[in-house]
Design a protein around this ligand. Structure first.
Ligand code: FPP
Length: 250
């Protein structure tokens, strides 16, 4: 999206993270606190997602990655899995045209094999329709687990070695990352987890090596632009050294 970068505090040299990833947690607790079914929490979570995508574009974030469904979420009750898959289907059917109109490119990471055929084809359709858009990139992590992603990359590297196309001594961190699910995108600068939990839960374990982690108490259905701006302000207070020394010490 060719949105101007808008300063949160009016300053001009204001740093916006290029890639923000979000663990959208707390839908169930949001619903329980109101005596509502968990599905209502997820439904309101989709509304929060719409708000966040809009805000990310307006703030000039280039890439927004969302954890929509984890490899481990299959262990939830069948009814809840049905709710979540239904919301994904509806999100793509209802929102894809608008995402496309807003020049948003949708990409999907995670294991595609074994998904229901209609879900797999909706995910493909979202990627195909928006392939040439050059605004915000929305990466949907669906049926995603970081350990599984790394294991898939290792398997493909092993196949390359087995076929004689690669020597085992060629395997470096850089080479392995070429076999991950979004090899061409920069690692997230900022990972936000809502609901007060402070862990990564198998999300982007490789790519988060130098990400700033910001944990916010807000349950996901209450997340909005102000909460995103607040997390970005926290990110801006951090000093990123990437294993080097502080700027003042160099
Ligand atoms: C965590 O809340 C959230 C999820 C497991 C899924 C996130 C899904 C959405 C925001 C809606 C679906 C959107 C798409 C595009 C599929 P939780 O259920 O773990 O909450 P809890 O920890 O309070 O129980």
């Amino acid at each position: 999206m060719s949105m101007p970068k808008v300063s949160l505090d009016g300053s001009s040299n204001f740093e916006i993270p290029q890639h923000v990833a979000i663990i959208m947690d707390g839908n169930g607790r949001w619903a329980a606190a109101r005596g509502l079914p968990r599905g209502e929490g997820h439904r309101r979570g989709v509304e929060a997602l719409r708000r966040t995508v809009r805000a990310a574009g307006e703030l000039g974030i280039d890439i927004l990655t969302i954890f929509a469904f984890s490899s481990e979420n299959w262990s939830r009750p069948q009814t809840e899995i049905r709710d979540l898959l239904g919301l994904l289907r509806r999100f793509i059917r209802n929102d894809l045209a608008e995402l496309h109109q807003n020049n948003i490119r949708v990409r999907v990471i995670g294991e595609r094999e074994g998904l229901a055929a209609d879900v797999a084809s909706l995910l493909n359709e979202a990627e195909e329709m928006t392939r040439d858009n050059d605004g915000l990139t929305l990466v949907v992590a669906f049926n995603y687990g970081a350990r599984q992603e790394i294991a898939r990359a290792a398997r493909r590297l092993a196949e390359e070695v087995g076929a004689g196309r690669l020597a085992s001594s060629d395997i470096t961190a850089e080479r392995l990352s070429e076999f991950l699910d979004m090899p061409d995108l920069p690692d997230p600068d900022l990972i936000i987890r809502t609901s007060g939990e402070q862990r990564l839960s198998n999300f982007l374990l490789w790519q988060s090596a130098y990400s700033e982690l910001v944990f916010v108490p807000t349950f996901w259905p209450d997340f909005d632009r102000a909460a995103l701006e607040h997390a970005i302000s926290e990110y801006r207070r951090r000093e990123r050294r990437f294993g080097g020394l502080a700027a003042a010490a160099t």
